[in-house]
Design a protein around this ligand. Structure first.
Ligand code: ARG
Ligand code: ZN
Ligand code: CA
Length: 243
């Protein structure tokens, strides 16, 4: 539609318990959140402070549920070493990973909400993993991570976004219009939260690529949009997703 990127999403559900075999409604609620957050139609978008209103972005990428694949397993947790993506480890191999976003839903363990593969990696492991307790907005989704923002954050990584604090004290996220944060933020910080880094800027704690609770994050920036657009442009690492 209008040259927009629309991403088919294959959801791979690996379950041991009945609760882990999440409902289609829970899966669809995550797709709905992705569509809102990446198109600036999330209801909290208007909470972005005036200081950042000039850089808040409508990314303009949409998502459509392509298929759900379910597999019963006897694993209690899957960790973060991609076992869930491998048939010979009891997992499910990705479906058409160069043209579809594969999402694995399983119990990860270790307090990990989700993780993603950056562009440029092996297609055999490409996609995002989200713990079933933090996927979407209904069913087993658990507060304070029950607004689907783990999905938004992980898909941001999959589209080449770094953490806003650059994974280092006053690190860089390679985006010019996001302030330098001294570290990850948790919970829901009170605005304004000042950085201790050079220039002591007000931190953009409401950015999806910080570590706040789901209700504390509700924007991407124009610089982040530019990084994501570049990945899908002709010649970009994910150009195969163009229709
Ligand atoms: N990669 C992060 C983790 O595994 C996900 C953080 C998502 N944050 C959120 N508010 N949902 O912990
Ligand atoms: Zn992250
Ligand atoms: Ca920055």
């Amino acid at each position: 539609v209008n040259g927009q990127i629309q991403i088919p999403v294959v959801v791979n559900v690996l379950y041991r318990t009945a609760a882990e075999n999440i409902s289609l409604a829970q899966i669809q609620s995550q797709i709905d959140v992705l569509n809102k957050d990446f198109n600036a139609t999330n209801t909290d978008y208007n909470q972005v402070p005036a200081l950042f209103s000039g850089v808040k972005a409508n990314v303009g990428i949409s998502f459509v549920l392509d298929q759900v694949i379910r597999k019963s397993t006897n694993k209690t947790s899957w960790g973060t070493r991609d076992d869930m993506k491998k048939t010979n480890r009891g997992g499910l191999a990705p479906t058409s990973p160069t043209t579809k976003l594969n999402l694995w839903v399983c119990t990860i363990g270790g307090g990990i909400l989700g993780y993603a593969q950056f562009p440029g990696g092996s297609s055999a492991t490409d996609g995002v993993v989200i713990d079933s307790k933090y996927l979407g907005t209904t069913g087993t989704a658990t507060a304070p991570f029950n607004l689907g923002r783990t999905g938004t954050h992980e898909v941001g990584h999959w589209m080449n976004l770094r953490h806003i604090w650059g994974d280092a004290t006053c690190g860089s996220d390679l985006v010019a219009d996001t302030p330098t944060h001294n570290a990850a933020n948790y919970g829901v910080p009170t605005y304004p939260h000042l950085s201790t880094c050079s220039g002591t800027p007000v931190e953009m704690t409401m950015n999806y690529m910080d570590y706040t609770d789901d209700r504390g994050m509700y924007m991407f920036s124009l610089g982040q949009k530019a990084r994501m657009d570049a990945i899908f442009a002709v010649g970009g690492v994910r150009a195969s997703f163009r229709n």
